[in-house]
Design a protein around this ligand. Structure first.
Ligand code: BGC
Length: 808
């Protein structure tokens, strides 16, 4: 183990930022090689050629597992851990030291562009599954990097938005899953998010990274910035951020050195961060990579998808279909599957099966295939009418619908929750000629289904990874009894969501007006009806719950499979406080068990309580507390199908008497006034610039803010970017580079150009965008030479130190 005092000051400063897109800086003098960091959450994206953080350039083949949103439906930490093991082993075989995942941000709105990469709207479920991934990954000697810490809920302005959230909601909703991961799985690294949290960038937010993550939860690893998420390198060292990625060249090292020199930063503070890097090297050194069995991992990817398919509707028990059933397969998604999402998580699969290839192995008799609709949403009556003809011919129609690549992607939030109108049109026409239609849906997040009543069956495949197509057919034929349960609520419509009028936000400040009323916590408290509740999913068998007994240790009940097929149930435990005290949602998930039962079998099941079951965060005391009082303990099959109910008294501290605005008790948070929100967050709401106002831009404003720039050139650049984005979307292919640029702050020019641009030059570019063309340009040119000279000098000094016999 190397200790920080063996490094020279320059080496220390240089170690805290990356050398290239995926590599940390080596230190050969001390035997330290570069560490390789690579995405990602559901498969390894190891780029051996040109690297990028948007999934644009080629990467080596790796197993593409179902995305986290999909695996979350399995509610199965054992499965998640096996996936983690496979990911960790594939990473090791590809020379990846730190795997950038899993992603576990809370799904605040169904419009979140990266919801497909995240687990749930509930922190307990997200935390337990993510912890299982981390345990699995790290069991192979690969460090995991759970991300994005924290409160990273929207893609709009993703690198320069400020998530303003009250402390209690922060702790109970947005940090709780990370807390579980840190306490239960000890990740060696964690990735800080792009956004600010309550005014400070996550990578330099001392409250988050030191007070909570390190001091309270005991995290002792490396905090790595999201790619380009570094802001002020010196503030990061002080605030708990360890490694800035990708490479800002030697720019950040120069800033750190200057700060030590003029006393703004102590070397002791620097040593703390340096030691975190050295410890990570030490942890990784002991690893040995084994050969990977890609066939076995493909089989695991299929098993994972099978456990995660959610049967949403099955009128008249249309499913499962008997072998030999004559099916028409309709829909572009049967031919070109959507099995993962676009962006940094995109994997180059080892193999890929589509539904057309999988049907012949399912025992079903495919009489015909019709494309049905254009994927890009453009109406095509000829395709629709061929599909209707195909539907007439068959006993059953398997209709493959979904969200296409432009409707769900990293870098952009969704515009709405609908399926493309041309798909719904085809569905309507087909349903008119065949009443045995099974919709197979591919989407990484919730969609509205005003068409639901028109079809008897809906199988939700989510994004099932490279083996997803076969998995769906196993469910359709009954080879697999569906046991997936929704890890997020399906609201009736977008207008019903708690953030309907507040998501995404285009200005810097994103105020979490709804407090803890996210997902089912909102719907169950405010009494808003939903399409499919959290935890919901059908099976081909039936389960009965009985005999609940509750003790201080937990809840025990009997679960019976009362049908004639073997199957698995996800038993869920919620609590609901009935005595006065701190405001709380009507239901909070506090435990779950996935249980396989043979037909006719029954079992006693215990779901234990732990120190977190009844706790709330007491903001005044700045501590967790358990309030004394009465609770209902509810057990059942979804947040709305709670078959067992017992009251339970808990001992604890005196209940809170703190006043809160009424909306935070009733949960009717869409009625919250600005004054209510100010009372919740404890400060005044920020004001946004008036529409059309010309504003002075700063280094942390994104390019999209140039719509309001003082300089006509700036406004022109913003307009050009917007029209290029519109053009790429019209072509049906999202351009992630453009999304990134549009939302990228000026500062990122320094953070992502390998040192070519300094932070000083960024300030000059901002001056230019603010309408002072010549002054700005002069600054850019002078800054360029200054930066190049200083970087060259530091590089030479580092090289000299590396060869001199510096005593170690
Ligand atoms: C994403 C991260 C990812 C990183 C590296 C960023 O843009 O937000 O999730 O790990 O790029 O690809």
């Amino acid at each position: 183990m190397i200790s920080a005092d063996k490094l020279t000051l320059r080496e220390k400063a240089a170690l805290l930022s990356g050398e290239s897109v995926w590599d940390s800086r080596p230190l050969p003098r001390l035997g330290l090689r570069s560490l390789v960091l690579s995405d990602g959450p559901h498969g390894v994206r190891r780029q051996l050629g040109e690297g990028d953080h948007l999934g644009l350039n080629a990467s080596a083949k790796a197993t593409c597992f179902p995305t986290s949103a999909t695996v979350a439906n399995s509610w199965d930490p054992v499965l998640a851990e096996r996936i983690g093991e496979a990911l960790g082993a594939e990473a090791a075989a590809l020379g990846v030291d730190v795997l950038l995942g899993p992603g576990l941000n809370i799904k605040r709105s169904p419009l979140g562009g990266r919801n497909f990469e995240y687990f749930s709207e509930d922190p307990l479920l997200a935390g337990r599954l993510a912890a299982a991934y981390v345990r699995g990954i790290q069991s192979q000697g690969t460090a995991a990097s759970p991300k994005h810490f924290a409160v990273n809920s929207q893609e709009t302005r993703r690198m320069s938005s400020d998530s303003i959230v009250d402390e209690r909601t922060l702790r109970e909703m947005y940090l709780a899953a990370f807390e579980t991961v840190v306490r239960e799985a000890s990740p060696r690294t964690i990735m800080s998010s792009y956004n600010k949290v309550n005014g400070e960038y996550a990578h330099e937010n001392r409250h988050l990274l030191v007070d909570i993550l390190r001091d309270e939860w005991g995290f002792d690893g490396v905090v790595v910035s999201d790619w380009g998420g570094g802001n002020d390198a010196v503030a990061a060292v002080k605030g708990g951020g360890t490694l800035e990625m990708p490479s800002p060249g030697l720019g950040s090292a120069l800033e750190i050195l200057a700060a030590v020199e003029d006393g703004r930063l102590t070397e002791a503070d620097l040593d703390v961060r340096v030691q975190e890097m050295l410890d990570l090297h030490d942890w990784i050194e002991s690893r040995e990579a084994d050969a990977v069995d890609h066939d076995a991992n493909h089989a695991l990817a299929r098993a994972a998808a099978e456990q995660s398919v959610v049967l949403l509707r099955n009128e008249g028990d249309l499913l499962p279909l008997a072998k030999g059933t004559r099916v028409a397969v309709i829909g572009d998604f049967a031919d070109t599957p959507r099995y993962q999402g676009a962006g940094s998580s995109q994997v180059n699969p080892t193999q890929l099966t589509n539904a057309l290839e999988a049907v012949p192995f399912s025992g079903l008799d495919m009489v015909t295939y019709a494309q049905g609709f254009r994927r890009d949403g453009v109406a095509d009556p000829a395709l629709a009418s061929a599909a209707v003809d195909a539907a007439r011919e068959a006993d059953v129609v398997l209709l493959y619908l979904g969200l296409d690549e432009t409707r769900e992607s990293e870098g952009k939030d969704r515009d709405d929750m609908t399926l493309a109108a041309n798909q719904v049109d085809v569905l309507t026409q087909i349903a008119a000629v065949n009443d045995r239609v099974v919709v197979v849906l591919s989407a990484g997040s919730a969609v509205e289904m005003p068409w639901l009543e028109k079809v008897p069956a809906v199988v939700h495949a989510y994004l099932g990874g490279q083996a997803g197509a076969g998995a769906v057919l196993s469910v359709i034929t009954g080879e697999v009894n569906p046991s997936g349960r929704l890890a997020e609520t399906y609201p009736v419509s977008l207008a019903d969501t708690p953030t309907a009028s507040a998501f995404p936000v285009e200005e810097e400040a994103t105020v979490y007006r709804e407090g803890p009323y996210v997902g089912y916590r909102y719907y169950t408290t405010a009494g808003v009806p939903v399409l499919f509740p959290f935890g919901y999913g059908l099976s081909y068998t039936t389960f009965e719950y009985s005999d609940l007994s509750v003790t201080a240790e937990g809840a025990t009940f009997t679960l019976a499979n009362t049908g004639d097929r073997d199957g698995a149930e996800v038993a869920q435990l919620y609590i609901s406080r009935t005595s006065p005290g701190a405001y709380r949602p009507a239901r909070e998930l506090k435990g779950f068990r996935k249980i396989h039962l043979a037909a006719g079998e029954s079992v006693r099941v215990t779901i234990p309580f732990d120190e977190r079951t009844f706790r709330t965060f007491d903001v005044e005391a700045d501590a967790w507390t358990v309030e004394a009082g009465e609770y209902r303990v509810l057990v059942g099959a979804s947040v709305e199908d709670l078959w067992l109910d017992a009251s339970h008294a808990v001992e604890g501290s005196a209940p809170s008497t703190t006043e809160v605005p009424e909306v935070y008790r009733t949960g009717k948070v869409t009625d919250a006034t600005d004054a209510d929100v100010e009372a919740l967050i404890g400060r005044s709401l920020p004001t946004a610039p008036a529409a059309g106002a010309r504003v002075a831009l700063g280094a942390n404003d994104p390019f999209r803010a140039m719509h309001h720039a003082k300089s006509p050139l700036g406004r022109l650049v913003a307009r050009i970017l917007r029209s290029l984005i519109a053009r790429s979307e019209a072509k049906g292919k999202p351009d992630l580079n453009l999304y990134f640029l549009y939302n990228m702050p000026f500062r990122a020019l320094a953070k992502m150009t390998n040192g070519a641009v300094s932070m000083g030059m960024v300030d000059s570019i901002v001056i230019l965008a603010n309408g002072h063309f010549f002054k700005g340009l002069g600054g850019v040119i002078a800054g360029f030479f200054r930066q190049a000279g200083a970087s060259r000098r530091l590089k030479n000094e580092l090289a000299a130190e590396a060869t001199e016999s510096v005593s170690i």
